[in-house]
Ligand binder design. Structure first.
Ligand SMILES: [Zn+2]
Length: 326
């Protein structure tokens, strides 16, 4: 776990990385607040990155609206906001590096090709329908390349590409990337760099030591660690925050029609997000409440008399794992 030891020495850099597919809602505020609190509690820096690569899903004006929402909430970045859409040269360089390592290869398969291939009886595993069967690993045989995929190698002799990682809230995690995901896409058929590649490149380039984000992204972590190791960049620490559930139990998200945050009362929105995180802060003014919340968070990551090690599995964070039903 040398990577984490290295990250501990590096000055703390956290980030919040929203996609401009709509405004912040109660669920995304939880991740924003947690990443901000964690950065402030570690006397670190907090950066905001607009993840706007998926141009077909971007909503005009949403990035600016999100930044206004964060400003209204008192959550302000310490450096200029970066936008992934202006950083494609970095992703291209990383892709070329993976190609040079012999780990990236062109794929000519359409969704339909993959569906047909995995429907074949030989596919076996009933979960295999989501997993690319490696059709183009041995070359395109004259077909036109569409996307670029990562060759996920099984660990020598074990038949596994198992990644183990520690989440500060969820505890020990693992995923066999070869079996659970397979050769995943690095660059899509429409020319858009995949989320997994862009995030790894950006976190490394921005010196991010701590990723604090919603639990819906926990499943991406193993794929990102695979890429970090191949690209020779540090693995940050990870903390995945509780998801906010709608009344019917579904995850609150833009896709499920979550209401944008009403910011006529920003303090009320922060209190709600704090409750999901198990933070009981005080103060009737925004700045006072935020200062109190930072103090509560600091108590949690640096218990009194402790050695200040915020890396381990924190029992109190674990207690906050189940968000209260609304
Ligand atoms: Zn293919």
């Amino acid at each position: 776990m040398d990577d984490r030891a290295a990250a501990q020495v590096a000055p703390y850099v956290g980030r919040f990385a929203p996609s401009p597919t709509g405004l912040l809602h109660a669920g995304s505020l939880v991740a924003a607040l947690a990443s901000w609190l964690d950065a402030r509690a570690h006397d670190g820096r907090w950066r905001v990155r607009i993840e706007d690569l998926d141009t077909p899903r971007n909503v005009a004006g949403a990035a600016e609206a999100i930044l206004r929402q964060l400003d209204t909430l008192g959550l302000r970045a310490d450096a200029a906001v970066v936008r992934q859409s202006r950083r494609t040269a970095l992703y291209e360089a990383a892709l070329q590096r993976l190609e040079a390592l012999g780990r990236a290869y062109p794929c000519a398969c359409s969704r339909r090709d993959i569906a047909l291939a995995v429907a074949a009886p030989a596919a076996g595993d009933p979960r295999a329908e989501a997993i690319y069967p490696g059709t183009c690993r041995a070359g395109l045989h004259g077909k036109t390349p569409r996307s670029v995929r990562l060759r996920v190698e099984a660990v020598e002799g074990s038949g596994e590409a198992r990644i183990d990682w520690l989440d500060r809230r969820l505890g020990a995690q693992h995923q066999d990337v070869a079996r659970a995901v397979g050769d995943f896409v690095l660059k899509r058929a429409d020319g858009v760099f995949a989320y997994q590649l862009a995030v790894v490149v950006d976190d490394a380039e921005q010196g991010v030591t701590d990723v604090v984000r919603g639990e819906d992204l926990a499943d991406s972590t193993a794929r990102q660690i695979v890429l970090q190791r191949l690209l020779g960049v540090p693995t940050p620490r990870y903390l995945h925050t509780p998801l906010v559930r709608a009344a019917d139990g579904a995850k609150l998200s833009k896709q499920t029609g979550a209401e944008p945050l009403a910011l006529d009362d920003p303090l009320a929105a922060l209190r709600d997000a704090g409750r999901v995180l198990g933070i009981e802060a005080h103060g009737t003014r925004l700045a006072d409440w935020l200062a109190s919340a930072v103090a509560r968070w600091r108590d949690r990551v640096e218990p009194a008399g402790g050695d200040g090690d915020a890396l381990g599995h924190d029992a109190r964070l674990a207690a906050a794992r189940t968000p209260p039903r609304p």
